[in-house]
Design a protein. Sequence first.
Length: 209
Amino acid sequence: MARTLRVGDSGDDVRELQIKVAGWAADSAQQTYVGIDGSFGAQTEAAVKRFQSSYGLTVDGVVGPQTHAQLDWLTAADGSTRHFNWSEFQSKDGSGFSGGKVSAAQTKENVRRLMWKLEALRRKAGNNPVTITSGFRSISHNASVGGASNSMHVYGIAADLAVANRTVTQVNNIARTCGFSGMYNMATAVHMDSRIEYPYGSQSWWWNY
């Protein structure tokens, strides 16, 4: 049984918790994100409380049996999440998670962290279905679609997506509460990435409609 987690705890299980509540970074549009450092502090507690509130749990910032059960419900057996599949994020040239600027294993882990943020976005958007139009791109596929050479897509930390029954501006605004640090609107989708959290060369906030 998973141990109860609260402020002051540390370890790999806290780090995993932080990954899973990262999309609950803020109540309103803020340039902030949940640090994935394995140390349960005030920022993690606030994210846990937002998660608990959204799912109708006791809002105490303590990760006990009920909160663990809700997180487990959102976790798929293959390591993905309840509402997102690995296949949605694989490079569209058939290379899976290979051929990017980091290893396939690191790309897949980056995508997993992305999925958890998107679970929060989906929930905040009224549980409306999310369509991923572009996830990870191999270097060659990224070049073929005219992507920037240092696109966040080649690291697996970006997604272009649309949410049913929500405009691109509405989706952009929701994403600003989910810890995403790079965003811009396209005609029918929103690009969002977590560039500020990774040492991949674009560590500055960039929010653009």
